[in-house]
Write a protein that binds this ligand. Structure first.
Ligand code: FES
Length: 98
């Protein structure tokens, strides 16, 4: 990803904003990145990538997501479809058990 590509597509948070937040705020755990414009608080797709960025930063590496923006966005779409189907199946199961 390039610096201005969005890592959190739900909250429109770019990799550059996340990296600057890590360098400035030094959050002790990856969940602290939610303080950066709400990153990771939408669908949840980006959370593993936020953890990756945090881990890279903690290890003294240059934090960078190693996905192309197109693949990243397409895989998020699949993730959201799968989550929707799981929720629908769960709701149907709960309705059927009553
Ligand atoms: S892409 Fe970050 S919460 Fe959905």
């Amino acid at each position: 990803m390039r610096p201005d590509d969005e890592v959190c597509l739900c909250k429109h948070v770019s990799q550059r904003k996340l990296v600057n937040f890590l360098l400035r705020e030094k959050p002790p755990c990856a969940s602290g990145l939610a303080e950066c414009l709400g990153a990771g608080t939408g669908c949840g797709w980006c959370v593993p990538f936020l953890k990756q960025l945090h881990e890279q930063w903690r290890n003294g590496e240059v934090p960078a997501v190693s996905a192309t923006p197109d693949n990243y966005g397409a895989n998020r779409g699949l993730y959201r479809e799968r989550r929707r189907a799981e929720k629908a199946a769960q709701a149907a199961a709960e309705t059927g058990s009553q």
